[in-house]
Design a protein around this ligand. Structure first.
Ligand code: HEM
Length: 497
């Protein structure tokens, strides 16, 4: 029989072996890129290069910009980092990043996002992989054609009228207006109406269920889900075993109930509306998609459609408040176009605002709403011009914010200058909507709803910064999407037309 002393010394020895093995395992894992002769940024266990646990959310933009900056400063065209313990490749050179999205797309079809098996809301094209994505994407493309966008126009304009009317109440030049919150209400109204056929009335009821659901997904993520999100990003295999939900269950249940109820109501009452839900119902009736797809894709359009456009418009108005000359030039353009269309907002009129389009492009450059793109390598891929192989299964990071602030492409990158986009100039590293077969499907709708909102406001109000805003904006590292650390407070004054 073992004496107590012998048992204790065996236990200690086993523990030491275990700790030492784990230590060497971690060290070995964190040397993955070095072993492949790829430069890497120094990781630390357990977060690797992604120390974002218990943030309000997880901001990929500023974090991946640090990767980009550090690797670029050291003269590298690409380099390795570790998210948790998973090696990720960062494409520093813009041309390499664009190759991943376009020319070499067949190696990089999937985003590699965590998805809970059988989740109903996330079985959508943003999350889906391979065949599921390939089959569905072209079917959905048909609901974003020009003809369909024209059908949506009146709904968008009605929501913009509501936005304009709400701003009227605070347009005496003395009220601080939280512009992110107000634009969030406008886009929640537009997207809720277009996607679910419901009037969210976010201005009248800022805590309406759908607005609250939107906030819980992006900016007020409950703490337990911050942990789930961290696991999903840094340790997806553990997240899969634990089947962690990718979003608050309360939000998921809200959409799971809302969509079937709305469809049922429409069918029962023979209601036809010019909206995305109707088009999805028609796709289901023609056998193109199944009813679960309607739940998943409406949810997808909601999350993809309102926060992105809110970000673009918020930062555009912030920049315009600082640059009255640019603001005035856009106002003049809007007034001239509306005059041509007898004062009426129409789809065609919105296509004749080239300077405003440039200003939107510039806002998306400085503040890309999705500031990092990801793809996962489907089979071994040789980085062009090198002998480095990215192994099958390796996630690849495209640091969009880094690209957009690269002075080689955009001199004085922090300067807001819509002239950079004059004459439809194209930049290698400019990727506000991604690129290639998996780019943003709702790009034109996103731009249209932003233009209508901005044109409605700028025609009526002059924007300036509130004296209560402190200095330059700093992008918050605690958010998954692009957000500033402080509120953006503007003041509005009615303009004489
Ligand atoms: C200004 C507004 C918007 C911006 C900046 C934006 C940006 C993006 C970006 C960067 C991607 C990823 C592209 C990639 O990985 O290459 C994306 C994907 C997507 N967006 Fe948008 N988006 C906007 C508006 C919208 C709207 C209004 C909708 C629909 C209502 C939408 C639906 C989608 C969908 C479904 C995808 C996934 C496409 C796929 O994987 O096939 N987006 N968006």
């Amino acid at each position: 029989m073992l004496s107590l002393d012998t048992f204790a010394s065996h236990a200690i020895a086993a523990f030491v072996v275990l700790v030492a093995s784990f230590y060497f395992y971690v060290k070995y894992t964190y040397n993955y890129w070095t072993r492949k002769n790829v430069p890497q940024l120094p990781p630390a266990f357990p977060f690797g290069n992604f120390n974002a646990l218990f943030s309000k959310s997880f901001s990929f933009g500023p974090i991946t910009k640090h990767y980009y900056d550090d690797l670029k400063k050291a003269g590298h065209a690409f380099g390795g980092v570790y998210i948790g313990m998973t090696p990720h490749m960062v494409m520093v050179d813009e041309r390499l990043g664009r190759n991943v999205l376009t020319k070499d797309f067949q190696f990089f079809v999937n985003r590699g996002l965590y998805n809970r098996p059988n989740a109903k809301t996330t079985a959508n094209i943003f999350f889906q992989d391979n065949q599921e994505w390939k089959i569905k994407r072209p079917k959905l493309t048909v609901i974003f054609t020009t003809a369909k966008l024209k059908l949506f126009f009146n709904t968008i304009k009605q929501c913009a009228d509501e936005l304009e009317a709400n701003m009227y109440k605070v347009s005496d030049g003395n009220n601080d207006v939280d512009i992110y919150e107000n634009m969030g209400c406008y886009f929640t109204d537009v997207i809720s109406s277009l996607v679910f056929g419901i009037e969210a009335k976010s201005f009248k009821d800022p805590d309406a269920a759908i607005r609250t659901a939107g906030r819980m997904l992006f900016t007020d993520i409950p703490i337990p889900y911050q942990l789930c999100l961290f696991l999903a990003i840094a340790y997806p295999n553990i997240a899969k075993i634990l089947r962690v939900p990718p979003m608050p269950l309360k939000v998921e249940n809200f959409f799971l109930k809302l969509v079937p109820e709305t469809m049922e109501y429409r069918k029962k009452n023979n209601i036809y509306r010019n909206d995305l839900l109707q088009l999805l119902i028609e796709l289901e009736e023609s056998g193109s998609i199944i009813s679960n797809d309607i739940i998943a894709e409406t949810f997808n359009f909601f999350i993809a459609g309102f926060e992105t456009s809110t970000t673009v418009s918020t930062y555009l108005l912030y920049e315009l408040a600082k640059r009255k000359d640019i603001q005035e030039k856009i106002r003049k353009e809007v007034n001239e176009v509306l005059k041509k269309y007898n004062g009426e907002f129409t789809y065609d009129a919105m296509q004749e605002l080239p300077y405003m389009a440039q200003a939107i492009d510039e806002a998306m450059r400085k503040y890309p709403p999705l500031a990092t793109l990801t793809r996962v390598c489907a089979s071994d891929y040789q980085i062009p011009g090198t002998d480095v192989i990215i192994e099958k299964g390796t996630p690849v990071i495209i640091p969009v914010l880094g690209y957009h602030l690269n002075p080689d492409y955009f001199p004085e990158p922090m300067k807001f200058n819509p002239d950079r986009f004059e004459g439809n100039v194209k930049y290698e590293g400019y990727l506000p909507f991604g690129d290639g077969p998996r780019n943003c499907i709702g790009e034109r709708l996103g731009l249209l709803q932003s233009k209508v909102g901005i044109a409605s406001l700028i025609k009526k109000y002059e924007f300036s910064l509130s004296p209560n805003m402190k200095g330059e904006l700093v992008l918050d590292e605690d958010y998954f999407v692009t957000r500033a650390t402080d509120k953006i407070l503007l003041r509005l004054k009615k303009v004489e037309n």
